[in-house]
Design a protein around this ligand. Structure first.
Ligand SMILES: [Zn+2]
Length: 126
């Protein structure tokens, strides 16, 4: 109960050098490989998940979302390239043909979706 205002020049307590607690010495692991050599202990398991290459058509992949092996549902998507080809055809006076890129699947990206859960699985870019 000190009716003081702002504590001007509050006493500064020098930090006492707290010594760190004594190091915790972990006990050695109970498992010790015998000197007879049972083979390599640390077998490096290479479990690199390589996404299968998605082609322009439906492919069988394992859905990372629902873990089911599914045939992907493909969805064609127009890209900048599609619009660009249309523009180029218009520039060269081939404007009647400018709809062709929109009709050609080869000018579009193919999006793959999981038919089971609808997860997006990847895009095949042309
Ligand atoms: Zn799925």
């Amino acid at each position: 109960m000190n009716p003081q205002g702002a504590p001007k020049g509050s006493p500064y307590f020098p930090a006492e050098g707290n010594p760190p607690p004594p190091g915790f010495h972990a006990p050695p692991p109970p498992y010790s490989p015998g000197p007879s050599g049972q083979g390599p202990i640390g077998v490096t398991v290479v479990s690199t998940v390589v996404a299968p290459p998605l082609g322009p058509d439906s492919s069988r992949v394992v859905c990372p979302s629902c873990r089911a092996t599914v045939s992907t549902r493909v969805d064609q998507e127009t890209t900048t390239k599609t619009h660009l080809m249309c523009l180029i055809m218009c520039v060269f006076g081939l404007w009647p043909c400018c709809v062709i890129p929109y009709l050609m699947d080869s000018c579009k990206n193919t999006n793959h979706y999981c038919p089971s859960c609808g997860a997006f699985l990847g895009t095949y870019k042309r």
